[in-house]
Design a binder for this molecule. Sequence first.
Ligand SMILES: Cc1cc2nc3c(=O)[nH]c(=O)nc-3n(C[C@H](O)[C@H](O)[C@H](O)COP(=O)(O)OP(=O)(O)OC[C@H]3O[C@@H](n4cnc5c(N)ncnc54)[C@H](O)[C@@H]3O)c2cc1C
Length: 272
Amino acid sequence: MAYDVIVLGGGPAGLSAALNVRARGRTALVVSNPLSENPLWRAERIDNCLGLPGLSGEELLTALHHHAAASGAEFREGRALSALRSGESWYIGVGDDMVQGRAVVLAAGAVRGKKLPGEAELLGRGLSYCATCDGMLFRGKRVAVLGWTPSAKKEAEFLEGIGCRVVYFDRPKDGSIQGRERVESVTCGGVTEAVEGVFLLRPAMAPGDLLPGLAVENGFVAVDREMRTNLPGVFAAGDCTGGPLQVSKALGEGQVAGQKAAAFAARSGPAE
Ligand SMILES: Cc1cc2nc3c(=O)[nH]c(=O)nc-3n(C[C@H](O)[C@H](O)[C@H](O)COP(=O)(O)OP(=O)(O)OC[C@H]3O[C@@H](n4cnc5c(N)ncnc54)[C@H](O)[C@@H]3O)c2cc1C
């Protein structure tokens, strides 16, 4: 099914965007990692959300999620890995699946951590961000999984299940990937392992990697007051657009982005 608006990220900004798309009578699909993997889930107490003092991160996120779901927003759990525009639509790769929308709201939060040495150079040459998408290419081979998400271990088990020999690094604090033409080895915490493939399983991707050509300033997505980015039909909201990295700012930007994305989709005609 094609949606009017695809929302990338199911935190405060994305859920606010989805609610506001629905309030404009348009369809919305939120693509996100599991709610319990949102960094805010761990917050013990939030006191600066007006009218909602003292909620834990888990309580606040659960309430926001229920509200967006009750509005009719749909949800697809998974990591968005790629985005491509063709004709009047955006096509978003989620795991080994593809979802389609007229407009996109990028609400993927702030990216924590820098790229590893060798990562940019060896991407697509033995280095992948998705075990279920690219795993078959490495059948019978020795691969490394560097996992920073709770579900990364499951992806490593999937690789073992299809015949890969997996070296697993749990939330490594450092790392580098070596190889001339293709991946040859990986080093984490001073330990070097010879491997033919490396899977980097992080909760988030840099916005410019997800949407090639996206204008980014100082690591944050550049937007105007209507939360428009430089790409047609792509809006952004929340921590990914810069500080203050706070819930209320994410909710407000999500509202504007949702409304503007819904209007963009309406101008483009009904989703096919
Ligand atoms: C421990 C802690 C305590 C905090 N306390 C407060 C506080 O008291 N008050 C306050 O105002 N703020 C607080 N914050 C900050 C607040 O959490 C953020 O400002 C807010 O969550 C930003 O919302 P967002 O929707 O922009 O991004 P996020 O909440 O980060 O949501 C983004 C979501 O998108 C998902 N995602 C990213 N990339 C992808 C992808 N490629 N595919 C699928 N999903 C993806 C992420 O996993 C995440 O679930 C706290 C943060 C933390 C970590």
